[in-house]
Design a protein around this ligand. Sequence first.
Ligand code: PLP
Length: 385
Amino acid sequence: MRVSLELLWAEVDLSAIRHNVRALKAWVGPRVEVAAVVKANGYGHGAVPASQAALEAGASRLAVGWVAEGSALRQGGITAPILVMGYSLPEDAPAIVYYDLTPTVCSRDMALALSDACQVQGKEIPIHVKVDTGMGRFGLLPEEVVGFLKEVARLPGLRLEGLWTHFATADEGDKSYARRQFALYQEVLREVEAAGFAIPLRHAANSGAALDLPETHLDMVRCGIAIYGLYPSAEVSRPVSLRPALTLKGRVGHVRTLPAGFSISYGRTFTTSRPTRVALVPIGYGDGYHRLHSNRGAVLIRGRRAPILGRVCMDQCVVDVTDIPGVRDGDEVVIIGRQGDEVITAEEVAAWADTIHYEVVTGLTSRVLRVYRGAESTLPARPGA
Ligand SMILES: Cc1ncc(COP(=O)(O)O)c(C=O)c1O
């Protein structure tokens, strides 16, 4: 029998994702493509629905971290070009070719394996090469690029489509390092062009650079966090108006009054100093709600803030509703988002755990039901679960 009432769910407003993509497209202009970054289950929003919404609003491509994320999108019916931004291993080459993914290739072994797979499957695929201009994570060093392109150019089946880089500090107020990275990237582009290679798709900008460094837009921006309606950081300017797409909600239960001097939750880190009306909220670290929110965080009930008392457990936490009249079992609780005049942002939740809002949304586990609003197309019944 189907459970009729979910206690905890994330409401994802697909019209907000469409709005954000349109706003970003208007900002970067008609000559710049927008790739929607939908890795990590669409930053926790559901990769397939988020992809559909972004594509409906004019994103022309998608970007994921790994091959398995790309193949999952194909299995979910997505046909748009998908860039795999992370490394892949040679044994994945046949799957990359089979699923028409666009890999980022930075090693000879990978290039050879892809070329072999293309010949076996009778296909040609676009590839992107990444230059590490100072992120120190993945990519060729600037001086390695031309030599690598010459090797790749000899391999059948591979069509060089993109050469890209990634910024380490585009979300910071001080853009000097990002500008140095960009200058280095442009130098590499000049060398590559001088060596006779044409690069149809040059791209560097993530959300921070897309918003703050228009000179880095080139042929395409790769926007993740902004697609979901969140600004990359407080230091980035806000030339476009974004709408957060995700609201995390639930229903409280077991509302009761505890006497003064009663300790709450594991480790007894909180003891009531007065008769205290408490409610249980059905979220814990098993849902991706950080244990560091213990005694620090709050939720919204009846439009008011209810502080978390004691430790966050795996499935639930206890909140103080003494000062919120009339709270009853089954009342709606908003864990991230707006309720009445009050709002708890993903940024605020992140601050309680000394982390970033990226981690808050991507960290929501599969136990959290995703409910979609504002869909333009048919969606799977329980995506992301
Ligand atoms: C290579 C690359 N490009 C683009 C992005 C998107 O970044 P953001 O979510 O800040 O837009 C990411 C995300 O981490 C990334 O790893």
